[in-house]
Design a protein around this ligand. Structure first.
Ligand SMILES: [Zn+2]
Length: 863
């Protein structure tokens, strides 16, 4: 029984048999306001290389009323198990399928949302990985490209957007019909339909004779917050940059970006009709880091129009390449495009992407970048930190290795050669080899077919007068967790080494060299004979992917002067290194807290500030000796209050510290300050207590028992929006009572009525680090329920629950034992097992780090 799965082997066989010409898809959305199901009629024309052979087409639908293959009606019983069996193919075939498909509330397939502000219905599709089949019958695999023609019936007055430009609707009465032009040959997972009374803002990208219509859409209730000009500005910078670097004109007839509700990911690269989560339309003040992240997402999706949409992976094993390329492209474009507001994008990359990659690469589930993807279940759990973040880091390393000019020359040849087709990794590497003249087979084997992170350490001998006598870079093989796939190998690294000197209280780079590190020991003669610098930084500029350790003197200097680096990137590298050491139990949490308290006073990069704030909180919740935890949290909360009060009025730092205080406030004074800000009795100059900040303050008051149901209801009354409903659900789940916890638990685990967003909000409210005792009884309930959840809920919904409700806060041996007992007896499917094993690794790591922190505490006391 394939269920909703599809194996790679099945896809390969089907691709050998079929060539798909075109789909005509008619969708009747006239009853969208009522919900339920909608009529979907698909006519698909395709040829078969072996007449007489059988195949199948994919469909997930409550019912099928008609299947006609080459004029012959097939029994509807041919539709079973998410497939329609198609026997006896001819050379040239025409298939007609009429189905009743279902609207969803999980963000998969055709998502239906009702905005409480205007009571109107908003629809959008999300098809990656295999969900086009929830809307029309489809050969659901990326290498069966075809032309798609959509005809959509929808309520009069609606806006309907798809891959092709929106036509003038026809008809009269309550509904209209939109007849779209056929698309170019694309994969089913990047087709799209967005429909509802959305509002649009329009512009165009012009370059010589080229003119591409641009649109930006959102719900009317968000229109007042939509800064379309800022979106267009970044988009146009991306068009300029990518067209030049790729030497290939934008391949689709228009470019729409639609901010849609309850979107699971950041955004989706539907050809010419990109959907983005509508939290990117900022209702309240956010820091510059949020604008930077939005711009990065915009550029990421735009890069996919070429890499992913025009040229597409043959199968999902190359998903990593698709995502890594787009992730690399967003950063390099922000770093280099003229007029970019975020030229420090490599700092953000180091701070966020790298940290994510290093974390994921040390989990028991780590895997080579080139993962084996045998079926759809494999790929659905593989949208992970290896696929996006390690892949992108390694691609950055590849660019350093072959040189950026050669890299883009290779990419240009690749686009020209494979436009509108499908490729494998070898096609790109071949083009890069031609352009660069470097052999990439060894490189690719070492980097893409193995797992784990190398450690680079300096080995330094210094003469009495302070001259460097010898410098060697030592490389260690990755410490792979037990059971991890792949071999632990040394790799070729192209790295920079920076020498920094303390000058007038600032750490300034006085020398930089670049070299290839290969094997266990690499001598660095270029720096021998010079005076030893204050800080010697390996992997400066973050070219390679490796854990880096500092020599003792450099570590001491960094611990004292982290904030003194004049450049943001080396600071970010040192922050990342400190966090990594904390997670590894090499730096005690209390020492990391001390480092953060001193270093943050001089950290100007707001994205780094916010990352460190989150990491400190996580370290205090998980990695600190429980006996010292309250002390640590108290210090952190006191610091947050002090810095909030001292921050420049109206600054991003002020907002970031306000949110930090709201995540940790514990004394009467601190909680009184939150309450005072909320009711207006206290004002801090420049701090706008706007809608989102109000909810942040209220969430803490609810979690500490200082805001009851009435207070939550009153706040919802002020913010009667979908976001308000989510916040209110989160606040109710956060209340510190057994009843509140039981109610939240039941709404997620025992019922399947919540939408993806409300469920996420309830889970985040339910899990409160100050409520360990209240949450303890749910460990057993979790293991009793989790397998059933996996088997009965959609992929997105079950993933939220499995990861979100795992008892990660119960850092004790008993949690590991309960997990192990469940793993031994429950016979979980591989994807479920993987998620639970990853969560278990978090508890194991936390136990180790707590031991290290306890030892540091004992040392400090002189035991
Ligand atoms: Zn992507």
């Amino acid at each position: 029984m394939p269920g909703t799965n599809l194996t790679r082997e099945e896809a390969r066989t089907r691709a050998q048999l079929l060539h798909v010409d075109a789909y005509d898809i008619e969708l009747d959305l006239s009853s969208a306001r009522e919900g339920g199901t909608f009529r979907s009629t698909t006519v698909v024309r395709f040829t078969a290389s072996t007449p007489g052979a059988a195949t199948f087409i994919d469909l997930v639908a409550p019912g099928v009323s008609e299947i006609v293959l080459n004029g012959e009606t097939l029994p509807v019983a041919n539709f079973a198990d998410s497939r329609i069996t198609l026997p006896e193919l001819l050379d040239v075939n025409e298939l007609r399928v009429v189905a009743d498909c279902a609207y969803t509330n999980t963000g998969e397939g055709l998502h239906r949302f009702v905005d409480p502000v205007d009571g109107e219905t908003y629809l959008y599709t999300q098809f990656e990985v295999p969900d086009a089949r929830r809307v029309f019958a489809s050969f659901e695999q990326p290498d069966l490209k075809a032309s798609f023609t959509f005809t959509v019936t929808a309520p009069n007055g609606w806006v309907v957007v798809s891959n092709s430009p929106t036509p003038t609707p026809e008809g009269e009465g309550d509904t209209r019909v939109w007849k779209f032009e056929p698309t170019g040959r694309i994969s089913s997972y990047i087709t799209a339909l967005i429909a509802g009374p959305y509002v649009g803002v329009f512009d165009s990208y012009e370059n010589g004779s080229q003119k591409v219509p641009l649109g930006v859409y959102c719900r009317p209730s968000l229109r007042e917050f939509l800064d379309a000009d800022a979106v267009f500005e970044v988009t146009k910078q991306g068009f300029d940059y990518f067209q030049e670097k790729f030497d290939y004109a934008y391949p689709f007839p228009k470019y729409d970006q639609l901010f849609v509700p309850e979107f699971n990911a950041g955004a989706m690269e539907n050809a010419g009709a990109v959907t983005l989560r509508d939290q990117y339309v900022f209702r309240s003040k956010v820091t510059d880091a949020a604008y930077e992240a939005r711009a990065a997402t915009i550029l990421h999706e735009l890069a996919h129009m070429w890499f992913g949409d025009l040229v597409t992976m043959e199968w999902w094993n190359d998903l990593w390449l698709n995502e890594s390329f787009a992730t690399f492209a967003e950063a390099v474009c922000q770093a280099e495009a003229p007029g970019s507001k975020w030229p420090n994008s490599w700092t953000t990359f180091a701070n966020q992407m790298k940290t994510w990659a290093y974390r994921q690469d040390q989990l028991p589930s780590t895997h080579p970048i080139m993962a084996e993807i045998n079926d759809l279940e494999d790929v659905q759990v593989n949208f992970d930190g290896i696929t996006y973040a390690k892949g992108a880091s390694v691609l950055k390393q590849l660019v350093a290795y072959v040189g950026q000019d050669a890299f883009f020359q290779g990419v240009q040849a690749y686009f020209k050669r494979h436009a509108w087709g499908n490729t494998r990794l070898g096609d790109l590497l071949g083009a890069l080899e031609e352009a660069s003249g470097r052999d990439l087979k060894t490189w690719s084997k070492a980097w893409l077919e193995t797992a784990g992170i190398n450690i680079l350490r300096p080995e330094l001998t210094v003469a009495a007068d302070g001259t460097i006598e010898s410098l060697t870079v030592l490389q260690e093989a990755p410490a792979l967790p037990a059971g991890a796939k792949g071999e632990a190998v040394l790799r070729p690294h192209r790295i920079a080494i920076g020498a920094y000197e303390l000058q007038d209280g600032k750490l300034v780079r006085t020398e930089r060299i670049e070299l290839d590190v290969d094997g266990e020991r690499t001598r660095v003669p270029a720096l021998e004979g010079r005076k030893r610098p204050t800080v010697l930084l390996l992997n400066d500029d973050d070219l390679s992917y490796a854990k880096v350790r500092l020599d003792e003197a450099s570590l001491a200097a960094v611990t004292e002067h982290l904030g003194a680096f004049t450049d943001a990137l080396p600071r970010a590298l040192c922050w990342a290194s400190a966090w990594d050491m904390t997670r590894d139990g090499e730096l005690a949490t209390r020492d990391y807290l001390a480092l953060a308290l001193s270093g943050l006073t001089r950290e100007s990069d707001i994205g780094v500030v916010q990352s460190v704030q989150r990491q400190v909180k996580a370290a205090l919740d998980l990695y600190t000796d429980p006996a010292w935890r309250e002390e640590g949290l108290g210090r952190w909360a006191a610091a947050a209050e002090e810095r909030l009060r001292a921050a420049e009025p109206g600054s991003d730092h002020q907002l970031a510290w306000a949110r930090t205080l709201a995540s940790v406030a514990r004394t009467d004074t601190q909680l009184g300050l939150l309450a005072g800000l909320l009711d207006g009795s206290v004002e801090l100059k420049g701090l706008a207590v706007d809608t989102e900040l109000r909810w942040t303050l209220l969430a803490r008051l609810a979690a500490t028992g200082r805001a009851d149901d009435q207070a939550i209801a009153a706040e919802l009354d002020r913010d009667k929006t979908a976001a308000g409903e989510e916040h209110a659900a989160s606040c109710r789940a956060a209340r510190p009572t057994a009843e509140a916890k039981a109610e939240a638990w039941a709404s997620v685990v025992e019922s399947d009525k919540l939408t993806n967003y409300v469920q996420e909000a309830v889970i985040s409210g339910f899990v409160q680090s100050d409520q360990r005792e209240l949450l303890a009884p749910f460990t057993a309930k979790y293991f009793a329920a989790v397998k059933g959840i996996y088997e009965t809920r959609s992929h997105e919904i079950s993933q939220q629950i499995i990861g979100g409700l795992y008892p990660a806060l119960q850092v004790e041996q008993a949690t590991l034992d309960a997990t192990d007992a469940w793993l031994a007896s429950a016979e979980p499917a591989p994807a479920l097992r993987r998620q639970v094993v990853e969560a278990r690794a978090g508890v194991e790591r936390a136990l180790k780090a707590q031991t290290a922190d306890r030892a540091a505490g004992a040392r400090a006391l002189g035991h």
